[in-house]
Design a protein around this ligand. Sequence first.
Ligand code: ATP
Ligand code: FE2
Length: 326
Amino acid sequence: MITLGIEGTAHTLGVGVVDSEKKVLSNVLDMYRPPEGGLHPREAANHHADVVADIITRSVKEAGITLNDVDLISFSMGPGLGPCLRVAATAARSLSCRLGIPIIGVNHCIAHIEIGNATTGCTDPVLLYASGGNTQIIAYSDKRYRIFGETQDVGIGNMLDKLGRELGLGFYAGPTIEKLAKGGDRLLDLPYSVKGMDISFSGIMTAALALKDRGERLEDIAMSVQETAFGMLTEVTERAMAHVGKDEVLLGGGVAQNMRLREMVDTMAKERGAKMYCPDRRFCMDNGAMIAWLGNIMYNSGVRMSIEDTEVRQRFRTDEVSVTWR
Ligand code: ATP
Ligand code: FE2
C-alpha cells in the first residue's frame, strides 16, 4: 500500500510517500522563513498554499510513482497553527476526492513517535519531543500515548528562536545558538524551573536577556541556556523512564538535532542501563514522511475517516488518540 502524507502544522510544508514495509520513497519539504521577526500564521499559510501543489508533484516524482499509484492520503490534523493546518487539510481532501481514495487525519506529535519507532528500531520508548511549538515527554501506556511532562509555557524551540531574535541571531536560532555554545566556557546562573514533571522556559529567556545587558559574552549565554534548558529536559525524561519502567528513550522534534541535547540524554540513558535512539535529521524535523507513515499504520489497524471527520484541530492533544495499532 502506498500512502502520501502532507505535513503543514507550522512553518514547514512537507509531502512524503511511504509503503507498508516502512520504506520511505520520498520526503520533500519547503520551510517558510519569515523575512524578519517571528512566524506569522497567515503568511506561513500563504507560503504553504503557494508551494503545496509543486511539493506534491516533486514528492510523487521522487518516489518514482504517479498519483494514481497512491492508495491512501494522510495529513497533519493538529496540533498547530489554524491557517497552516487548513492548507494541508484542503490539499489532502481534494486529492482524496479526486483520486477516489481514503483519507486519514493524524496527530502530528504521534507521527514523530511512530517515525522514530519505524526508522530507529526502538519498540517501546519514552519520547522526548522537543520542537519549536511542542515540548512533551510521552510514553505509551494502556492504549494511549500519555504525556508525562510538558512545558507550561513556550516550546523549547520557540524559546531558543525568540531569544535568538532578541540577541540579533536571526530566525530559527537553534542551530546558531548550538554553534555559539561551543565557544562558551563560563556557566552563568539561569532559572532551572522543573515543577513536578513539568517545565517552564520563559524565565530562562528573560534572565538570558538580562545577562546580555550585563555585558556577558554571547557564547557563555548560549552555552548556559543550553546546559540549563537541556538539563531540565533530561531530568524530567529520566524520571518518566523510571516511573514507567522503560529502558528506551527516543528523541524527536527539531531541537533533537542538537548534538549537546543528544549527548546529555545519551549519558543519562547509559547511566541507567537504557538506550537512546535518535532518528535521522530529516525525520526529526517536521516532514511529510512521518505523516504518511502514521496514516499507513492507522489505516492498517482499521481506522477510517470520512471527509466530515477531517476538520483540523489546533489543540489536538497526544493523549486524545486511541492507539489501535499496538
Ligand atoms: P512543531 O510543529 O512540532 O512544534 P516546529 O514547527 O517548530 O515543530 P521543527 O522542525 O520540529 O518544527 O523544529 C523547529 C525548531 O527546532 C526551531 O525552533 C529551531 O530553532 C529548532 N532547532 C533546529 N535545529 C536545532 C539545533 N541544532 N539546536 C537547537 N534547536 C534547533
Ligand atoms: Fe513537529
